[in-house]
Design a protein around this ligand. Structure first.
Ligand code: 9WN
Length: 424
């Protein structure tokens, strides 16, 4: 257990990071490396702000939806102010939104954040603000259904690894290796001038990331055309689990802000998705795995995404126990939970981004998931490890599960937000 003074210092440090990364109502993930507003970062960050500055929590969500498209998509980046520190910028994305944005999305944590902010940050105008943001969240979930599950399978697909938020996960290796398209945009990486290249995706990954951006920009970012043309169509476990949790939170908000027809629509989607998740379960691997819609095959990679259905209450009690046992096997190999790729997988790399390192936001969702299933000891072990990692390794972007070292960007906003949320 940490002593009280240490805890107070940690909390002050976490709050100071959010204040320092505030750019006027929105929070950058960290200075220089990520100089804009990112979608799922901001959702977590809003929940962090809600623990000590209610007004700022609301503003974070409101500023994110300034970037929402007419069709309901909430983009993965909103470029509120220009910066040369990041590639690819708005000139590469070539979208036509009034405020420049990227043309793809990210895991939809928004409705979960909205519910939490509404519960914590009550105030005179909370009702009206929540009612407006409920409409934005609903439009975004409707977009997911229409644009990313046009065949009504119950599960949505991502069309770019950046949409998963777990950009270079081994789960995307095979699909990315199959890509035959080349980028037309010259690659001018900025990330490796801020962070050691050994901790970032490889140049080959960037060529493929940008090749997909160029392909979709050429299609005017039109969802149906993208769906038809995409050579990368993956049913990501994390995105679907996070969407299912967000639907649960949206449904709770709909009791107050929605219509009967909207509640029925959300419930129907949830029932379809819950049933469809059975297709992602691997009895042999004891984990959920992605599906590649281009090949119709399961992706045999065990990653932390595979544990996230716990967060949405999807597994049976038996499957939850199997997931706990699987995680215990990983933790026999590395001392810190939860590595983003199984340490038993030959593709595990403890320092390279989503191929091994620990991310505090993922830990938070997995711990909440185990808590939901009554695996309280495992849940608190994960929460405590997240706190320890931050205390010893700094409030970093991610952490090495073998050494506990803080890696990537420092003074990182969503890591700070999780520090504040764990303490609640
Ligand atoms: C691309 C901001 C974002 C996170 C993602 C993380 C990383 C961007 C990048 O940083 O992605 O979106 O340039 O590497 O993978 O999850 O939202 O923190």
């Amino acid at each position: 257990m940490m002593d009280l003074d240490m805890t107070t210092i940690d909390i002050e440090a976490a709050r100071a990071i959010l204040r320092a990364n505030d750019r006027g109502g929105y929070t950058v993930p960290t200075d220089r490396l990520y100089p804009f507003q990112w979608n799922w970062d901001s959702a977590f960050v809003a929940m962090g702000w809600a623990t000590f500055d209610k007004e700022r929590a609301w503003r974070e969500l409101e500023r994110l939806v300034e970037g929402q498209w007419d069709d309901g998509m909430v983009p993965h980046i909103v470029f509120h102010a220009p910066s040369d520190d990041y590639f690819p910028g708005p000139d590469v994305w070539r979208t036509r939104h009034a405020i420049p944005t990227s043309g793809i999305t990210q895991p939809p944590v928004f409705a979960t954040a909205l519910r939490r902010v509404f519960e914590i940050a009550r105030g005179p105008d909370a009702q009206a603000r929540a009612a407006r943001l409920y409409r934005c969240a609903l439009a975004s979930h409707d977009w997911w259904e229409k644009a990313r599950d046009p065949e009504a399978t119950g599960l949505v697909a991502i069309l770019h690894p950046w949409e998963s938020g777990m950009d270079n996960s081994p789960a995307w290796d095979e699909a990315m290796a199959r890509l035959t398209i080349a980028p037309t945009t010259p690659i001018r990486r900025r990330d490796t001038s801020h962070i050691g290249a050994e901790m970032r995706p490889r140049d080959e990954d960037y060529r493929r990331f940008i090749a997909l951006v160029d392909l979709y920009a050429g299609l005017g970012w039109e969802p149906a055309a993208m769906w038809r043309a995409s050579p990368f169509k993956l049913v990501d476990v994390a995105t679907n689990a996070i969407l299912q949790k967000a639907e649960e939170d949206l449904l709770a908000l709909a009791a107050q802000f929605g219509t009967e027809a909207e509640r029925r629509r959300i419930e129907a989607r949830m029932a379809r998705r819950a049933a469809a998740f059975a297709r992602l379960w691997s009895e042999e691997r004891r984990i959920y795995q992605a599906r590649d819609l281009c090949t119709g095959t399961t992706v045999d990679a065990s990653t932390s995404a595979g544990l996230l259905p716990l967060f949405a209450g999807i597994p049976s009690a038996g499957q939850a126990a199997a997931l706990a046992a699987e995680l215990e096997d990983w933790l026999a190999k590395v001392p810190y939970p939860v590595p983003s790729t199984s340490p038993l997988d030959p593709r595990f790399e403890p320092k390279r981004y989503w191929r091994g390192p620990i991310w505090a936001v993922v830990n938070f969702m997995i711990a909440e998931g185990f808590e939901r299933y009554g695996h309280a000891a495992l849940a608190s072990r994960i929460h405590l490890a997240t706190q320890t990692l931050m205390r010893d390794g700094g409030i970093a972007e991610y952490f090495d599960p073998t050494s506990g070292d803080g890696l990537g960007g420092s003074q990182f906003s969503w890591t700070a937000a999780i520090r504040l949320m764990i303490d609640q």
